[in-house]
Design a protein around this ligand. Sequence first.
Ligand code: ATP
Length: 367
Amino acid sequence: MVASRGVGVWHHRQELETETEQKVLDHAARIALIPGDGAGPEVMAEAVPLLDWARARGRRLEVERLPYGADHYLATGETLPEAAYAALRDGCDAILFGAVGDPRVPDGRHAEEILLRLRQGLELMVNFRPCRPLPGLQREGLWLEVYRENTEGAYCLQGSTEPGRAVDLAVHTEPAVRRLLEAAFARARARSCPLTLAHKANVLKHGHGLWVRVFQELCAAHPGVTARGMHADALLCALVQDPSPFGVIAADNYLGDLISDLTAAFAGGMGTAPSLSWAPHRPFRCAVLAEPVHGSAPDIAGKGLANPVGMILSTALLFRHLGWESEALAVEAAVAAAMASGARTRDLGGSLSTSDMGTAIRGHLPG
Ligand code: ATP
């Protein structure tokens, strides 16, 4: 049973994604699991039964669990070995990812190498971060989506530290900017909603100047889309005052990171926000990355306090990408039904543990 958009259920329909025919895999979906560190394995444990449930409904999938994260790094010195990366690149349809980051690795080297290798190596420049508050939460009915460039900008890790001087480069390339913006325009057109580009081209004249130039070109090519650029500081102020006029927000890596944490707060906080990253220019079978927006949350990890909703909704996004729309909608409806019945983890004012919340959600899945 699939609930309709009219009752405020969290979902977006695949047919809004593109105007092209929905894609369906012609083989068993190969899904790699990387639970990672901290709260990652805890929330992943609530996503795995959804894969079993999809299989029981007749979906064909093969699952492989990979050990990469802090424990593996500390034991072996490996972050993401070349052979494993090549297998993900060439033989995998989707990666379901928990989180990486661990206080035992203070420089974050393993997390950086694993995540950046996946995002940059697989050219997953479109990071889609929807925000639809769940039933019972404030701002129900809001529908924001952040399209964050995911491979470059200020997070390209180029820079230097010298005595008294530190430099971080931000590199923006036209192909990545154009692909991210094209995806955002397509989405705004499909949803018939406004598109806003967040930038600071008034000071970041080169990098954000490129974003504005490409944006203006695409505005001319998409006269049906109500699109405008806004300085990111003014945009943040406007969002806090009233997010309802906004629809799709496009931004570079750094601004998109900040803005999507703010939009996550509109939908219940870090524990509820899902994401999906993909490479729009690569064939359908190339791996996508589904992961909650939150990190490894070391402050609450291992205590059963993490909210699994972001991870579970990320799994729904993965199902939708695979063409399993009925499963995607059913998972989203189950999350909404659990929330409507009052199921809450501590971050949302309740007392359920991570696994109890997962169980409550699964209790609303159809057989
Ligand atoms: P990153 O750099 O990857 O964004 P971070 O260290 O900035 O990570 P998170 O790990 O996302 O941040 O944690 C930020 C805050 O959100 C922490 O207080 C954490 O406890 C909380 N948080 C993160 N994930 C969850 C979750 N699943 N449920 C509840 N609270 C969470």
